[in-house]
Design a protein around this ligand. Structure first.
Ligand code: ADP
Ligand code: GLC
Length: 490
């Protein structure tokens, strides 16, 4: 049994902008089930406290350089026994809006201060300051919002071993030098092997340079971030850590209870690999929901995404528009929010093809489950994808993913072609070039195979047989925890 402090800026179902929230719940739950003492630490955002029914203050900690002490509020992750510690600093977290910015979009101006405070609180709790009487063996940090924590404790005696997981290297927490001064961070951090990145303060570098081990969320992404194309200038550092055996790619798992077509309450009709026919009722319901013609023979293409360039939304819109112009037998159902221009482009597509395209701009968990169940294929042509969870949910729901061959998408989907198709190993469709043409060709391949019900059914069955539970991946984390504890003790 290991004692793990798991630090994250978002945790499902309390606060979520993307897959980080899903993993920050499902991995701790998996570790907890295996007998580990995992405690999640999260900012006490207003919406988290509003969502929790029971909580109480368990510690008050005076952090150096701050007037008001912070409180640690204890609760449990809803519907589990996993301990949750919320860092309560109303000045930083008690406001209307999201985790990183107001509802209207953009970032909060004081994000550097907010997540520096969060990181300082994580460091204090990791060092058993305050009255918690609990010293973790592992501090597991996630993404830049927690990046300063490993740096703050790196030189302290009797500290826990530190792991930093990169969920997305594209978001680094970069701020001007003046922020570094304003945050009153130790001057010794200001160098290129510390927190400095070309005269900017990089929160991400805190995690990358000061943690004992770096992980990222798929093996292919672990390789990709060591290259110029995906490394954002951090590839040199990452190559060095990789050479030392200190960078590992561990593919994410999914919560099999939360995403289970046999029991999912959001579905019109539940189904399993033995009752695939029941999937059809969900397709009809989805078409109804989006006011599209109720047709069984049309290929329904699902898309659920943050609407940002990473996700190749422009490729999707262009490829689908071309196919609709050519009168292909497809329908697109789309749920997402993000950049205004992508939202607008999707609305335009819907206006052009009202009987072929359904669009919901916004965030809707219930509808996300219905789209996973009711679609025939799921579109994810990401330019890069550290892991991606939606293609894993799609596999489980027998909805064949159409993905670019990158990151976790490359690691989790087997293309329906050649020997893999012949030997019943295929689970979806993959393509290389990040162009609308390449996606269009791939969609045409899917449309063609969809006309062969027996082959299609086989693909669905193979997809549904895949096991992306946390069982194997959480084992990899446990082995890593064990090895780091041994290494630190030496
Ligand atoms: P990322 O974290 O890069 O956005 P992932 O595929 O890892 O990508 O995770 C995305 C998660 O967010 C999934 O759980 C997905 O269902 C969810 N999601 C994204 N956009 C929406 C939306 N508009 N409504 C509901 N859920 C969404
Ligand atoms: C990030 C990545 C996504 C990954 C998720 C959870 O948001 O963009 O690919 O699945 O984190 O690790």
């Amino acid at each position: 049994m290991r004692k793990v402090l798991f630090a994250s800026s978002e945790v499902h179902p309390l606060i979520k902008t993307g897959g980080l929230a899903d993993v920050s719940a499902s991995l701790p739950i998996a570790l907890h089930k295996q007998g580990h003492d995992v405690r999640i630490i999260l900012p006490a955002y207003r919406q988290c406290l509003e969502a929790l029914t029971e909580f109480h203050t368990v510690a008050t900690i005076k952090l150096d350089g701050y007037h008001s002490p912070i409180e640690i509020i204890q609760s449990t992750l809803p519907d589990t026994d996993v301990t949750l510690w919320l860092v309560n600093s109303p000045e930083h977290f008690d406001r209307n809006g999201g985790a990183y910015g107001p509802k209207s979009g953009g970032d909060w101006e004081d994000n550097a201060a907010r997540f520096a405070l969060f990181s300082r609180a994580i460091a204090a709790v990791a060092m058993n300051q305050g009255q918690l009487d609990w010293l973790p063996e592992i501090l597991h940090c996630n993404d830049w919002q927690t990046g300063l924590a490993p740096a703050l404790i790196a030189d302290l005696p009797n500290r826990p071993a530190t792991i930093f997981t990169i969920h997305n290297l594209a978001y680094q927490g970069l701020y001007p030098r003046s922020s570094f001064d304003a945050l009153d961070l130790p001057k010794s951090f200001w160098h290129s092997e510390g927190l400095e990145f070309y005269d900017m303060l990089s929160f991400m570098k805190g995690g990358l340079n000061y943690s004992d081990h770096i992980t990222t969320v798929s093996p292919t992404y672990a390789d990709e971030i060591c290259t110029y194309e995906f490394g954002y200038g951090l590839e040199g550092l990452l190559v060095e850590r990789a050479k030392q055996g200190e960078l590992t790619g561990i593919i994410n798992g999914i919560d099999l209870d939360e995403w289970n077509p046999e029991t999912d309450k959001a579905l019109t009709k539940n189904y399993s690999a033995h009752t695939i026919r029941n999937k059809l009722a969900n397709k009809t319901a989805l078409q109804q929901h989006f006011a599209l013609p109720l047709k069984e023979d049309v290929l329904v293409i699902g898309l659920i995404s943050r609407l940002v360039s990473q996700k190749g939304i422009d490729l999707s819109i262009d490829a689908i528009a071309t196919l609709l112009d050519a009168d292909e037998n497809i329908q697109l159902v789309c749920l997402g929010s993000g950049e205004a221009s992508f939202e607008q482009d999707l609305r335009v597509l819907r206006a052009r093809y009202p009987d072929k395209v359904g669009v919901t701009i916004g965030y809707d968990e219930h509808l996300a489950h219905q789209i996973e169940a009711g679609s025939d294929v799921f579109l994810m042509p990401s330019r890069f994808e550290p892991c991606g969870l939606n293609q894993l949910y799609s596999l489980r729901y027998g909805t064949l993913p159409i993905v670019r061959n990158t990151g976790g998408l490359a690691d989790s989907v087997v293309d329906a072609s050649g020997d893999d198709l012949k030997h019943n190993l295929a689970t979806g469709f993959k393509f290389e070039a990040a162009t609308a043409e390449a996606l269009e060709e791939t969609l045409l391949r899917a449309i063609a195979l969809f006309r062969h019900p027996r082959i299609w059914r086989r693909l669905i069955l193979t997809a549904m047989e895949q096991n992306y539970s946390w069982e194997k991946s959480s084992q990899s984390y446990q082995e890593l925890y064990d090895s780091l504890i041994v290494k630190l003790a030496r």
